[in-house]
Design a protein. Structure first.
Length: 239
């Protein structure tokens, strides 16, 4: 596979477009179901599963990676006068992580019927869901590493590969926005990954991180999750 930043940007564009249409199919099923009050198309459980599929795919595999991965890879080297990204092979590897994690997650969602919603809120994801939620969490966890690697690549590229005379204050505003976005990705995504690991561990081993019956704190998940999710809004808005 190629390591050219433009081609990888196009590969990301194709991948996120496929994820967009898959999430859109789930959204269409939800909207068609809401036309009438009766369960004509989906059962109550089926509706929750379609809602989860739509949310997981649209947030983790379309909204979060689309601008940094597609436009960042394609445009940043051109805008700062670099020949390529700082780590071309790592760039390609992050694409593999996104596609592999997305395929694994969608398969787990379709095969397992996970109905926790895209946030994996406890206790839904720890006490009242089937074991397939762990597989979905693993897929999102893998995709998180793709975001981290993309963010690191953008940061290092802007720091080290600017053309002579391309000072910080001569950089296009788009580069500044993606630099800030990448800092958010690198700092906040590990917190999300750690939170998902704790959810999976509590589901599998009942270790009592979030379950108050086992000495856990049910609000801890919200604090950890929103440590990532609130800054994640700016991943979509800043660029």
């Amino acid at each position: 596979m190629t390591t050219d930043h433009k081609r990888i940007g196009i590969m990301y564009l194709i991948a996120v477009t496929v994820f967009f249409f898959l999430g859109g199919l789930a959204a269409s099923a939800i909207r068609i179901e809401l036309i009438t009050p009766d369960g004509d198309l989906l059962t109550a459980d089926g509706y929750n599963r379609a809602f989860t599929l739509h949310g997981v795919v649209m947030v983790w595999f379309f909204l979060i990676p689309s601008i940094p991965a597609v436009f960042g890879n394609f445009l940043i080297p051109i805008m700062i006068g670099a020949k390529d990204m700082a780590f071309p092979k790592l760039n390609l590897f992050s694409w593999y992580l996104l596609v592999g994690g997305g395929a694994f997650t969608i398969f787990a969602l379709l095969a397992g019927g996970v109905d926790t919603g895209w946030t994996f809120y406890t206790p839904l994801s720890t006490m009242f869901s089937n074991g397939h939620v762990v597989a979905v969490i693993l897929g999102v966890f893998i995709t998180g590493f793709s975001s981290i690697l993309t963010g690191l690549n953008i940061i290092v590229t802007i720091h080290t590969l600017r053309a002579p005379g391309m000072t910080w204050f001569r950089m296009p505003l788009f580069c500044w926005s993606l630099y800030a976005t990448s800092v958010i990705l690198v700092l906040a995504t590990p917190v999300l990954a750690s939170t998902l690991i704790l959810v999976a561990a509590e589901h599998l081993f009942h270790i009592g991180v979030f379950d108050p019956a086992l000495g856990g704190d049910p609000l801890l998940f919200q604090h950890l999750f929103w440590f990532y999710s609130h800054p994640a809004v700016y991943i979509m808005i800043l660029p």
